[in-house]
Design a protein around this ligand. Structure first.
Ligand code: 13P
Length: 254
């Protein structure tokens, strides 16, 4: 079975509720290619409203983070059952901005992945090397380790549906995307890492590229055999740009 490409928009800390409603409305009112899956990850405050707009459409809802306990005295946190209640399908876990600004460790990321699965949410696990790690030739080691730590505790049935996003930190929000070839190579390594645990997981799990994806470079990534879509930040905040990225992936799979 060929893997269906996924284009997910990570809206980060942008969009008020009315702005989020407008963006989601523009997406559901457009012609989306059937060969591509589309998801949006608005901020927590807009999840309910965007969920309402997406009802009955093929666009899926995702959250940007989650806590690992189902409930409790954890001021400010949001739990997996709360996200499931809002009909979230995906949840981004381990984004480099969380690792960097909130000091999320691999252990925390692993807990969040497990907790998400326990509620039927599909985690989009983000991994990627920082600039100094890339410059010192550590990309493979860093990325492999970030993936291995998480999958070590997962049964094969949970590795197979997992979505992984390879987001080199130096490419996020910088306008300096990886080349298609470069991203394809690292994503191939991630797939080999999955394969060492479960061959079926390597065949089934979708691995996306993220980091300064734009309408101008989307086709380059979509044509790479190992890359199964994109996790889009800045360009997902603008409906025409995001739709152009979706369309580029639709074309290469048509
Ligand atoms: P940009 O597309 O803005 O570089 O962000 C990528 C990203 O972090 C998506 O999660």
């Amino acid at each position: 079975m060929p893997r269906v490409p996924l284009i997910a928009g990570n809206w980060k800390m942008y969009k008020t509720v009315p702005e989020a409603r407008d963006l989601a409305t523009a997406l559901v009112n457009s012609d989306l290619p059937a060969a591509v899956e589309v998801a949006v990850c608005p901020p927590f405050t807009a999840l309910a409203e965007v969920g309402r707009v997406l009802t009955g459409s093929a666009v899926r809802l995702g959250a940007q983070d989650v806590f690992w306990e189902p409930q409790g005295a954890y001021t400010g946190e949001i739990s997996p059952p709360m996200l499931a209640d809002l009909r979230c399908h995906y949840v981004i876990v381990g984004h480099s901005e969380r690792r960097q600004h909130f000091e999320e460790s691999d252990e925390v990321v692993t807990r969040k992945v497990r907790a998400s699965f326990s509620q039927g949410l599909v985690p989009i696990l983000c991994v990627g090397e920082r600039l100094e790690e890339r410059d010192t030739g550590q990309t493979e080691r860093v990325v492999t380790r970030q993936v291995e730590i998480v999958i070590a505790v997962l049964p094969p049935e949970q590795i197979r549906p997992l979505v992984i996003a390879y987001e080199p930190v130096w490419a996020i929000g910088t306008g300096r995307a990886a080349t298609g070839q470069e991203a394809n190579r690292v994503i191939g390594l991630i797939r080999e890492t999955l394969g060492r645990k479960d061959a079926e997981a390597a065949a089934q799990a979708r691995i996306l590229y993220g980091g300064s994806v734009t309408p101008a470079n989307a086709a380059e990534f979509s044509q790479q055999p190992e890359i199964d879509g994109a996790l889009v930040g800045g360009a997902s905040l603008d409906a025409p740009k995001f739709l152009a990225i979706v369309a580029a992936h639709g074309k290469s799979r048509a």
